[in-house]
Design a protein around this ligand. Structure first.
Ligand SMILES: Cc1cc2nc3c(=O)[nH]c(=O)nc-3n(C[C@H](O)[C@H](O)[C@H](O)COP(=O)(O)O)c2cc1C
Length: 388
């Protein structure tokens, strides 16, 4: 074959096999020639590689893609490079203490599993396998998505570790009430309501339309504009509708957290409307392109909240130092979405368990290396921000 043609084909192959998220890890030595096994999983991004290789393209894209041009997805990752860790001494690793409590839920580490939809696409046991994995990882609390493959009562009935519920409110108050009552009756310890995420548009999925039409491997088909619905707004999503929130607030007897908050003003409104926690999230760059990263807005939200309610955060967290940075900027707990999905798709419940154990181990190591033996000792003096 003509060498320039061969080079061009190699380039195409590398492009098809490469991953957008991994590219953000700036790993120039990535070896595509062999897939690593379970025992070789050393960091979260290793799971993504196996996930990419094992699952059909549409399912991989459904998990990994972001909204629009995916700028927000990239920015979530970039933001970690704009926060320096400034260690002062080191701590004995055996002295590190990470246990905490969030709204009545005890946890061994300030890390939870974020709600993500449809685990049945990733593993035949769906969310049950995820729960087995999170529980095996020191009882990591798992927030089950309202769009789970299995019903919440079934998951909660099998649960041996802490389970929270994430709500996508329906336009009708009664329908929303029914969902909330079912989740609470099932034993969910808290509820997180997704406040935004109105009309996400995943261009990556749209561009794949000619590669396969196999419905068995389809994730979520891209929502296309129609004459009836030119803005692709799905039914049943609440968009910062405070009146609706007031109407459904009395139905939630367990702690109630607002997910999708990105400004100090909205955090303040959440508290005024009786929410028990703020969950800073741009849903992993899947909601609105060109928004800020969650890490960038964290400091202003922490200042506005002034410790009145706890703060959770997600979007782009892949390592123990990522988590440490958010804790230093004032978050109480970090949640991870894609990392758990990669673990599940790659190795089932054992993969989920290992994902969380790696994050937990990395956090302990990062605390020791920076001389912060307890969660209380992690504060703003640990970081220097260079946000753009
Ligand atoms: C494939 C996928 C499905 C998701 N489904 C939901 C969902 O059903 N409800 C929700 O509130 N957030 C959902 N999210 C957002 C996650 O809760 C979380 O905010 C996000 O994954 C965090 O970013 P990370 O994946 O970089 O950790 C989903 C995210 C992904 C990747």
């Amino acid at each position: 074959m003509d060498p320039s043609r061969r080079r061009a084909l190699w380039g195409l192959g590398a492009l098809a096999g490469s991953s957008l998220l991994r590219a953000q890890q700036f790993d120039p030595f990535h070896d595509h020639s062999r897939l690593p096994g379970f025992d070789e999983m050393a960091s979260i991004m290793d799971f993504e590689e196996v996930f990419h290789a094992k699952l059909p393209r549409q399912i991989y894209d459904f998990t990994d893609h972001g909204e629009g041009s995916e700028f927000n997805l990239r920015r979530n990752r970039e933001a970690f490079s704009w926060v320096d860790l400034v260690p002062r001494g080191a701590a004995d690793i055996s002295s590190i203490q990470t246990a905490t409590e969030l709204l009545g839920t005890k946890m061994a580490f300030p890390i939870m599993a974020a709600p993500t939809s449809g685990h049945g696409l990733l593993h035949k046991e769906g969310e049950l396998a995820t729960h087995v994995g999170t529980t095996a990882a020191s009882n990591t609390p798992y927030i089950v998505s309202n769009a789970s493959s299995l019903p919440i009562d079934k998951i909660a009935a099998c649960a041996t570790g802490p389970v929270w519920f994430q709500l996508y409110p329906r336009p009708s108050v009664d329908a929303t009430r029914e969902i909330l009552e079912k989740a609470q009756a099932a034993g969910c310890a808290a509820v997180a309501i997704t406040m935004d995420q109105q009309a996400s548009y995943y261009e990556r999925a749209a561009h794949l339309r000619h590669l396969t039409e196999d419905p068995r491997t389809a994730g979520t088909p891209p929502r296309r504009p129609t004459t009836k619905n030119p803005y692709r707004v799905p039914d049943g999503r609440l968009w910062y509708n405070w009146k609706f929130l007031d109407e459904i607030r009395p139905f939630v007897k367990v702690p109630f957290v607002a997910k999708g908050i990105l400004t100090a003003e909205d955090a303040e409104l959440c508290i005024e409307h009786g929410m028990n926690g703020i969950y800073i999230s741009n849903h992993g760059g899947r909601s609105l392109d060109y928004g800020p990263s969650t890490l960038e807005v964290l400091p202003e939200i922490v200042s506005a909240v002034r410790g009145r309610v706890p703060i959770m955060i997600d979007s782009g967290f892949r390592s123990g130092t990522d988590i440490l940075k958010a804790l230093a900027l004032g978050a109480n707990v970090v949640t991870v979405g894609r990392a758990a999905r990669w673990g599940l798709g790659a190795f089932g419940d054992a993969g989920v368990q290992k994902v969380f154990e790696i994050l937990q181990g990395e956090l302990v190591m990062a605390m020791a290396q920076t001389g912060r033996p307890t969660l209380a000792s992690i504060d703003r003096t640990l970081v220097r921000t260079r946000f753009r």
